[in-house]
Write a protein that binds this ligand. Structure first.
Ligand code: ZN
Length: 279
């Protein structure tokens, strides 16, 4: 699996000066910062999935391109086989599960079933399935934590094998061989104002975009230069913008994940007040 060979992922966590700055706006918890950075990186990998599907014209036989992008992101992370990549995978599962207040209350709306995306909880289980499918012993604790049935967890080996074989086949010819030079990734961080200024600082200091760019540049040959850009965009999201050859990561997304984890940690510390957190 040369295309998916493990690569060292450099995630430089935050310098204390940045954390101190952030403290002015939010009560800083390093676990929440790590969580935001890890989920941000997973979002970048998901967008890289869209990038691959577009640039390499990969076949997508399932009904949902979004599901395919999740699968590509998860397989790329699993292939790295590093503690950092493991932490990203585990935090991403939590990220999809933490913001699920309706899970216990029911009340899903019809559009959620015909939309482009699987339900958040299904996206979480999709990642867990590939994790235990690759290495049951290593990730059985994750399956247990999210109450995945053991029989299903064992079945996931078949799901993983098929997904991994499929991706490996369609990436043949696109992997980097030796020191071949090709179009690279241009990383930029826009300035942000107001309450996002500190968030922008910690996203930049985390070198999140550089880590995602290194994954591509070390492993794959792009057809054309791609830009990875962090910016303020009025919503908590990330995008692959086909016309611009650009992956955009919104500072609001990092703030969202930070607040999500901080709230969960706070709820866990206050056993009498669990709030909406379900994890
Ligand atoms: Zn997507």
């Amino acid at each position: 699996m040369t295309a998916l060979r493990p690569l060292v992922l450099t995630i430089v966590l935050l310098v204390s000066a940045t954390a101190a700055t952030l403290a002015a706006e939010r009560s800083v918890d390093k676990r929440a910062i790590d969580f935001a950075v890890n989920n941000g990186l997973a979002a970048m990998y998901h967008e890289i999935g869209h990038l691959f599907i577009d640039q390499y014209e990969l076949p997508v036989l399932g009904a949902r391109t979004e599901d395919a992008a999740d699968t590509i992101a998860t397989l790329l992370l699993l292939a790295e086989e590093t503690p950092q990549a493991d932490a990203v995978l585990r935090d991403t599962v939590d990220g999809w599960l933490l913001d699920n207040p309706r899970l216990d209350r029911g009340g899903f709306e019809r559009w959620e079933f015909y939309g482009r995306y699987l339900l958040d909880i299904q996206r979480a289980y999709g990642i867990v399935c590939l994790m235990v499918g690759k290495d049951f012993d290593k990730y059985r604790d994750v399956a247990r934590t999210v109450s995945m049935d053991t029989e299903r967890a064992h079945e996931c080996a078949t799901d993983y094998d098929l997904a991994e074989r499929s991706l490996r086949k369609v990436l043949i010819g696109h992997e980097k061989v030796g020191a071949r030079a090709g179009p690279g990734v241009v990383v930029t961080y826009d300035e942000a104002g107001g309450s996002l200024r500190d968030v922008a600082e910690y996203v930049r200091a985390s070198t999140l975009l550089e880590a995602a760019a290194k994954r591509i540049e070390d492993g794959f040959m792009l057809d054309r230069v791609v830009k990875f850009r962090a910016l303020s965009c009025d919503e908590a999201n990330a995008f692959y913008v086909e016309d611009l050859n650009e992956i955009q990561f919104c500072y609001e997304y990092a703030a969202y994940f930070y607040d999500l984890k901080a709230k969960a940690l706070q709820s866990a510390a206050e056993p009498g007040d669990k709030g909406d957190s379900k994890n």
